[in-house]
Design a protein around this ligand. Structure first.
Ligand code: GDP
Ligand code: MG
Length: 440
């Protein structure tokens, strides 16, 4: 794959915005990577469509190819989508809080029930009761009882001949009487989706009103992931997903498929058969694994950092030379807006009390920044480099062009002079200081 990719990405780097052709070429490779990671086809389609509309027109970071830039955008979008709502198991309800575990047979429901019980007991200091509603496989209830013993958690005593709903009722009752904080209900699963199973799970849900309904799903599931997730979401209703077998060598595309189809967060990840092999879900790790282009992503990140550092250094040099023009000022204003306004920036600088007072008097707020930038943008490049050119008639033109008054233009020019003087003075004092603070 990476050889194929380099074919696309070895095209010359250039500056400017991503064109539709750039984006389409790169997305063909991204699409292939997602399919290889077993992301469901319909999800690949809707996802790449969304990325396409976001990527076209985006600025390409210098020293990076358009294709690499698209990969970075895809990655960021993947992370945002996978981890949109950070998620943990929600126990914020009147105890005993019921948690319902659903999923296909063999997906890891019973094991995950044991893992979560262990975690809630040890880290959460919760008193947990486990109950198996699996009436179909004789060994299932015994399996849960054994797991319970291993992790030191109580299980509901087995009573032969009860239906899943009857067991669920009994579990809730026992949890109330026994003063349990949490009651976990492990349900039966089928190898494939079937109506009887769905009806049973839906009925259990209606009876127990669980606070969490967790779909336990095998990360190695391929194209079926969407069908499974959609069926459980439609028929039962989910609050979250636990992905198991993330220790396997699959790329975990099911994570994206299930997240996209249900809109429900991935809350935990199973990473082995042992009972402590349960981890938080890390969207960027999983995004890297799904996309399989982590090298490109970090390359673009490094390039962007380098450019920021170069910019800051260029600015510092200009300051030392006293060559701070209005172009630079516009850039500084934009950066100041990003770091929380003029006062925030000035607050970080040493020895700036006097001018800070003046700026306060000038009633500087962030709306003013925008206006000031508009004024600078209404000047010609020549005027920005050499503000002395701005005599009365030019000032009038600039004021009209930016929807301000000549006084506003004057105020801006005065502020520029003050900043330039201040920077020159500080620049003489050496590097760092103002340059570092304003440049970053
Ligand atoms: P259930 O039918 O959904 O209850 O599935 P089980 O909990 O009985 O698990 C089926 C098999 O998958 C067992 O052998 C588990 O040890 C194994 N298993 C469960 N979770 C994981 C996991 O995260 N990683 C690995 N490698 N195996 C798992
Ligand atoms: Mg089971």
């Amino acid at each position: 794959l990476s050889e194929k990719l380099s074919g696309i990405f070895d095209t010359l780097t250039r500056r400017g915005a991503l064109t539709e052709d750039d984006v389409n070429a790169a997305l063909r490779e991204v699409r292939r990577a997602l399919l290889e990671a077993d992301v469901a086809l319909e999800v690949v389609r809707s996802f790449t469509d969304r990325v396409r509309s976001r990527a076209v027109g985006a600025e390409v970071v210098r020293s990076v190819t358009p294709g690499q830039m698209v990969v970075k955008i895809v990655h960021d979008e993947l992370v945002a989508m996978l981890g949109a709502d950070s998620a943990t198991i929600d126990l914020d309800a009147v105890p005993p809080v019921p948690i319902l575990m659903v999923g296909l047979q063999g997906s890891g429901k019973t094991t995950t029930t044991g893992k979560i019980a262990k975690r809630l007991t040890e880290r959460g200091k919760r008193k947990v009761l486990l109950a198996s509603l699996d009436t179909r496989r004789p060994a299932a209830m015994e399996q849960l009882a054994v797991l319970g013993k291993q992790v030191g958690v109580d299980t509901l005593p087995i009573v032969a001949g009860q239906s899943a709903v009857q067991i669920a009722r009994r579990a809730l009752e026992a949890a109330k009487l026994g003063g349990y904080d949490v009651v976990m209900l492990d349900t039966a699963g089928r190898v494939t989706l079937d109506e009887a199973l769905m009806a049973e799970v839906a009925e259990v849900k209606a009876v127990t009103q669980p606070h969490e309904v967790l779909l336990v799903a095998d990360a190695l599931t391929g194209q079926d992931a969407v069908n499974t997730a959609r069926a459980f979401e439609d028929r039962v209703g989910l609050t979250g997903i636990v992905l198991t077998r993330m220790d396997g060598d699959g790329r975990g595309g099911a994570a994206l498929s299930m997240r996209a189809v249900t809109g429900k967060p991935i809350k935990l990840v199973g990473t082995g058969e042992k009972l402590d092999a349960l981890e938080e879900f890390h969207p960027s790790r999983v995004a890297n694994r799904i996309l399989g282009m982590g090298d490109i992503v970090s390359l673009v990140e490094r390039a962007a950092e380098t450019i920021d550092a170069e910019k800051a250094e260029r600015m510092a040099q200009k300051m030392r030379k006293g060559a701070f023009d209005l172009e630079d000022m516009a850039e500084q204003l934009a950066q100041m807006e990003r770091v929380g306004g003029m006062k925030g920036v000035l607050g970080m600088l040493p020895g700036i009390g006097k001018i800070k007072g003046q700026l306060d008097n000038a009633n500087l707020d962030d709306r003013l920044f925008k206006r000031q930038r508009a004024i600078i943008m209404s000047m010609t490049p020549k005027e920005r480099r050499n503000p002395d050119l701005l005599k009365a008639s030019r000032k009038k033109r600039v004021a009209a062009g930016s929807g301000t008054k000549v006084e506003d233009v004057n105020r801006l020019l005065k502020m520029h002079r003050q900043m330039a003087d201040m920077m020159k003075a500080m620049g003489k004092g050496g590097r760092g200081g103002l340059g570092a603070a304003l440049g970053n």
